[in-house]
Ligand binder design. Structure first.
Ligand code: DAU
Length: 352
């Protein structure tokens, strides 16, 4: 039997990787991708599957209640990736985060509720950032699903708000909704405002890499396809109303990550530019993913370090046309505004 899924935000980094993964791995899934094509969405991310008979693209917003209602009515389930996702942009202007992440999620929940007979399952793809930050010590502390929510950036607060709306929809209306909270993703097609593609592409352009603060903040890295596989498992086998953390036990300081990228690119430490820290910069994230491993049998298999990171670096080296197009236009303006005057020497984050 064919399962027809509505995927929101399928032209972004994680959404497009999920669609390619699902078309290859789930022959009985048919996918409708609803994407409003905002700055980080890119039709090129799915050019290789655009003509697949099991795939359909609809341009539109998750805030358009009539459109969302029609699409939810025609599907068996929803996987909700669409979100404003970049912390630094949320510090510049939080409003788009409230519109997409909070209001957009509620629009989807309203439609799922209206069409809850037969039941339509919805997976809400969230983030470990809703838990706030961990201290560097003790090193074995991890976010668990019952860790209290304590978001620190406007982005994280908007995702936490959407998580709470999903929880309320389950508790109040009994909707079959689930939440995933994943750690930092790396892999192909990531928008180059995020640290990995930003640093790799800067180095190819012979620009320095802008490392925030003391470089000792810790992130827990997972390959995007391990994340996609986990989301599929949660859709297929997760418990109604449950939250699942997703991570690959791969903590690195930003300095260690930067060193690995420099090594992979054959560049030295002189390419690091220390820049003023991000306001409210969370010190450490680390995910305990024992629940999804124990209950659903999911395991990360593609996040092996440093090989997986080196493969990702190579992908950006080999897909120069893709990121050069992305890094032109609006991106240039954003970059100049974001990094201007933050460096510790002349020509900040510019030519090395
Ligand atoms: O933890 C999951 C989250 O990971 C997702 O929910 C977010 O959508 C995603 O953007 C990511 O958040 P981060 O803020 O951790 O990612 P970002 O790539 O912006 O930064 C990663 C680390 O690198 C962070 O400690 C800040 C640092 N950084 C980042 C940039 C862009 C730098 O040192 N320099 C930079 O230029």
């Amino acid at each position: 039997m064919i399962t027809h899924l509505l995927i929101t935000g399928g032209c972004g980094f994680i959404g497009s990787n999920f669609i390619r993964y699902a078309l290859a791995e789930r022959p009985d899934w048919q996918l409708t991708n609803l994407d409003c094509m905002s700055y980080s969405a890119n039709a090129e991310n799915l050019a290789d599957v655009a003509d697949d008979a099991r795939y359909r693209f609809v341009e539109g917003s998750i805030c358009d209640a009539a459109l969302v209602d029609r699409l939810v009515a025609g599907c068996d389930g929803v996987i909700h990736f669409a979100a404003e996702s970049h912390v630094d942009r949320s510090i510049i202007d939080a409003r788009p985060f409230i519109d997409s992440n909070v209001a957009g999620t509620q629009t989807l929940l309203d439609a799922v509720r209206r069409h809850d007979d037969p039941v339509r399952r919805m997976v809400h793809v969230s983030t470990d950032e809703v838990y706030g930050e961990l201290p560097l010590e003790p090193t074995d502390a991890r976010f668990r699903e019952d860790t209290p929510i304590a978001p620190n950036s406007p982005y994280a607060a908007s995702k936490a708000a959407s998580d709470l709306l999903v929880r309320a929809a389950h508790r109040t209306f009994g909707l079959d909704v689930l939440i995933t909270r994943c750690s930092n993703n790396f892999g192909p097609y990531q928008f180059p405002e995020k640290v990995v593609p930003l640093f790799v592409t800067n180095l190819i352009e012979d620009r320095k890499v802008p490392l925030y603060g003391d470089g000792l903040n810790v992130r827990d890295w997972i390959h995007v396809l391990d994340h996609c596989e986990a989301v599929a498992a949660v859709f297929e086998r997760g418990a109604r109303g449950a939250v699942y953390n997703i991570g690959a036990d791969n903590e690195r300081t930003n300095l260690e990550l930067t060193q690995m990228i420099l090594d992979a690119m054959g560049r030295g430490p002189e390419m690091i530019e220390r820049v003023t820290d991000r306001p409210g910069h969370d010190r450490r994230y680390a995910i305990d993913s024992s629940r999804i491993q124990g209950e659903l049998g999911w395991r990360p298999t593609r996040s092996q370090w440093p090989e997986a990171l080196e493969d990702t670096v190579r992908w950006y080296v080999e897909h120069e046309q893709w990121w050069r197009r992305v890094k032109s236009g609006e991106y240039r303006e954003y970059y100049e505004r974001q990094y201007r005057g933050r460096g510790d020497h002349q020509g900040s984050a510019s030519r090395g």
